[in-house]
Design a protein around this ligand. Structure first.
Ligand code: SAM
Length: 191
């Protein structure tokens, strides 16, 4: 048995499981070491597709190795570019897009996502989201860039039309030390 509300990452994984079916297309906007990319590859199955972005060579290298070990490499496209350029690479509608923001815990803490490019990417992501598709934003407000990202993402997402999107924020009300938070943007179903 396992709790649902362990932390923002685990909650987002549960949402991925309930949203994604075999054959779907998903995007990991912050590849890092490829944990989320591999998880998405598993959920979309043999006929599915996963695009993953990172600006670090190491991320591509580590993720490629991991996907090869898991035999997931054929269903994934790893892209060495910022997620703010997502529209250059993805011309189809997608079911799910995940951002695990901030820096790699065991990597260079100076290489972190930044509010300007994060917002630009999220705006572009809205344009390629399927009806009933979802964008998941895991935010780390415990560091300065993360605090700024939280501010701009909350402001931006709260202005989205409720006719078009269900926007939900999940934060831990009783935890100390600014735990990670989750913002979900679900595109409403076609009537
Ligand atoms: N999902 C990853 C995993 O499973 O290991 C962890 C992601 S880590 C918290 C954030 C990642 O975002 C870092 O690897 C960093 O290089 C990357 N990043 C920073 N700015 C970016 C950008 N503009 N576009 C894409 N990735 C970016």
């Amino acid at each position: 048995e396992k709790n649902i509300f362990i932390n923002a990452v685990e909650i987002s994984k549960g949402i991925c499981k309930s949203k994604l079916n075999h054959g779907d297309t998903a995007v990991d906007c912050t590849m890092g070491n490829g944990n989320d990319t591999a998880f998405l590859c598993d959920l979309v199955g043999d006929n599915g597709r996963v695009y993953a972005f990172d600006i670090q060579d190491d991320a591509i290298r580590n993720t490629r190795k991991r996907l090869q070990e898991l035999k997931f490499h054929e269903r994934a496209q790893l892209i060495l570019d910022g997620h703010e350029n997502i529209d250059k690479y993805i011309k189809e509608n997608v079911r799910l897009i995940i951002f695990n923001l901030g820096y790699l815990p065991k990597g260079d803490h100076n290489i972190t996502t930044k509010k300007e490019t994060t917002i630009k990417a999220v705006e572009k992501c809205l344009g390629i989201l399927e009806h009933n598709g979802i964008i998941l934003l895991i935010i780390y407000p415990g560091h300065e860039n993360g605090r700024l990202e939280k501010e701009v993402l909350e402001t931006f997402t709260s202005t989205l039309s409720q006719k078009e999107y269900n926007v939900v924020r999940i934060s831990f009300a009783n935890q100390v030390n600014n735990p990670p938070e989750l913002i979900c943007i679900e595109k409403v179903c076609l009537k």
